[in-house]
Write a new protein. Sequence first.
Length: 346
Amino acid sequence: MALNLSIMLQLLWHCCFSFLLIYIFHTGSYSGHWIIATFGLTVILILIRLHFAGPTYKGLERLDGKTVLITGANTGIGKETAKEMARRGGRVIMACRDLDKANQAKDEIIKETENHKIFVHKLDLASFKSIREFCKNFNETEERLDILINNAGIMMCPKLKTEDGLEMQIGVNHFGHFLLTNLLLDKLKQCSPSRIVIVSSLMHMFGQMNFDDLNSERSYGAVRAYSQSKLANMLHVRALMKRLEGTGVTVNGLHPGSVDTELLRHFKIFSWTIFKILLKPIKIYFFKNAFKGAQTTIYAALDSSLETVSGKYFSDCKPASASKLSFNDEDAERLWQISEKITQGR
Ligand SMILES: NC(=O)c1ccc[n+]([C@@H]2O[C@H](COP(=O)([O-])OP(=O)(O)OC[C@H]3O[C@@H](n4cnc5c(N)ncnc54)[C@H](O)[C@@H]3O)[C@@H](O)[C@H]2O)c1
């Protein structure tokens, strides 16, 4: 009943939006045929919506007896991923910065899935101290780690620094997850076959590794720093894949699609309110919702055909082409050495 109402409301929206567009742009040439024009445009809009909504992962794998750790699981893609892992019977560890929001999300997940094995732990990826404390506690108290999902991310923030003095986007998106993964590797190896899923982005294609100024000390661009951090995610996949050969642990990267979440919360331009209003119709037609945005992560984490697949890049629940730069072994190794040096010393 609720679903039917939601479909009816969506149809009504597409119809009204088509009529509005036709009314605004009408030239008089089809003035007698506005009903046909509205109908035609409604169909086109629905097809666009269906195309950009993306696939739903259909695999039936269960996670009973398995443990999944997801960073940034209190909102957006992370929360929807956590929900799906809970539905499949997994023990889900939500590693989050904001405990109040995380506990609210946990209550929602338990209510919806009736799985009570959902746990919240404090993790701030902008602090190596917090990451070390989290991992020490995790390694001492948790018996298993079957799937690690490096999902948390920050996008296009103003120039900020982590607790350890690193530029915030590469600090959280790459260096934080690099340390976290290294400290959890033994547990993953003990539980092999196990998986590491790194949520990168299509934006890695626009990234350049500025090794002389990784922390943007000399000049900072919010988009540039984000793209660099997402390319760093892909180089992390590359370097880690080689180190994990023969261990039964796989690592893959992915682009979740353009997803309507709170990720753009730091992005401020001329007028945020006007921008949000202008963005709304674009989001409705060209962005996935968070549920659909989580599907490629779920696929990479669960699909049984990927048991031994490592070092790949996925989008829309299938393999996709990553940027050539992400296959550059020299850069992957250089970033690995720098990341080890930066994270070991603190
Ligand atoms: N939304 C998109 O269109 C899109 C596109 C490509 C890639 N991604 C990637 O998907 C991932 C999830 O993003 P989302 O869209 O769900 O956005 P989101 O903002 O809803 O979720 C990001 C999560 O990361 C957490 N986080 C941020 N900084 C943190 C820190 N210092 N310590 C711990 N957690 C921290 C946030 O609290 C939040 O829970 C990100 O890595 C993002 O780069 C998103």
